[in-house]
Ligand binder design. Sequence first.
Ligand code: AMP
Length: 429
Amino acid sequence: MPFDHLGLSAATLRAIADEGYEEPTPVQEQAIPIVLSGRDLLAAAQTGTGKTAAFVLPILELLAPTANTSFSPARHPVRALILTPTRELAMQIAESVKAYGRHVPLRSAVVYGGVPVDPQVKETRAGVEILVATPGRLLDLVGQKAVNLGQVSIFVLDEADRMLDMGFIPDIRRIMELLPARRQNLLFSATFNDDVRRLSGSFLHDPETVEVAARNTAVETVRQLLYPVDRDRKTALLIHLIRTNGWRQLLVFTRTKIAASRLARELDRAGIAAVPIHSDRSQSERTKALADFKSGEIEVLVATDVASRGLDIEELPVVVNYELPLVAEDYLHRIGRTARAGLEGDAVSLACVDEVDLLRGIQRLMRRAIPWTVEPGFVPDRNMEPRPISGRGSPGASVRDARETRAREGAGRRGGIHPRGGRPRASGR
Ligand code: AMP
């Protein structure tokens, strides 16, 4: 179905053509008419499905009649509020709003934590119709009377599952109390568990639902492959695979910041340009790392789950799980980094004997087994005893401990401390 069958105006269609999009993705095809009709929406869609345009395009359409060029802030109240968990996602959504809305005189702004608040105060006080925000910073700005949410008519909760994981729910509830009762609500989530359902049930009114990928199944176009390997030979195997496959642009996941830094160092030492991306690195370091990666100067980015969230690097051919994630859903998020918007991609996992429980959890979630192969020269030692992942207790108990630690770490990242994701626009796809 072409874009012009969805009820979008000429100005929006022009912006879509500028982006080089030829036809809507499934989530856009289904969600855009629902949002345009004014109904509440519950959408199951992962990053990479084109979900941002699925809500931004109809929001622009719905707000276009209020667009004006007045200098008075009062003529530019916040009419659409888009809440998202991380700084990167916020920036990417804001970029999309600017790109898709380039032919409509609506003002937009993005606010997130971890940077000085004053410029955001100035910008929001001047009046913006579309505000993209992380929850903590938004509440700060409301507290400083820089933002008034009393005229919001469309509220978007993006990545609701991640919001829950990161402990944002009290903030979201406080924000919702500041919104008018009569409004349109859109909720997007990559995964649906009972908590997400409870949250959506608490504020969506008779929503239409859209589900683009079957629940909790991996992106179909990702080729998954797992290499069993001894724990102390993972780095050697990774180096071997990078060299023999000629991989160039690679995103590698570790469970911890320490492991990310260590692995990046080891790859660098082997002559493979690699940098870690995690929250201990300064904003400018991470922005530079991402720019160097996109230019090809850096071949490997080593990231933890939280830090990688929202990194939108288009056409990423290979994702490697150097360590399996503690939370099975994170495996889906990780492999969703490749094969974006319908391209093919490879997701390769290196798993040692310690990670058998994690692998089982992932396969149970996907309801399918990951194909595996043993690389010659890296045959795992069958007699190796599993070690607990966090280094104490029984393997099962320690996975639980580590999950709790991870949840706590996630909850500590309020306000978004993530680097600028950035994305090359108008890639012509
Ligand atoms: P998202 O899931 O919103 O993060 O979008 C993933 C990527 O798909 C972004 O880089 C978009 O620019 C791109 N994209 C969104 N809609 C389309 C479309 N209809 N055709 C081609 N690419 C698209």
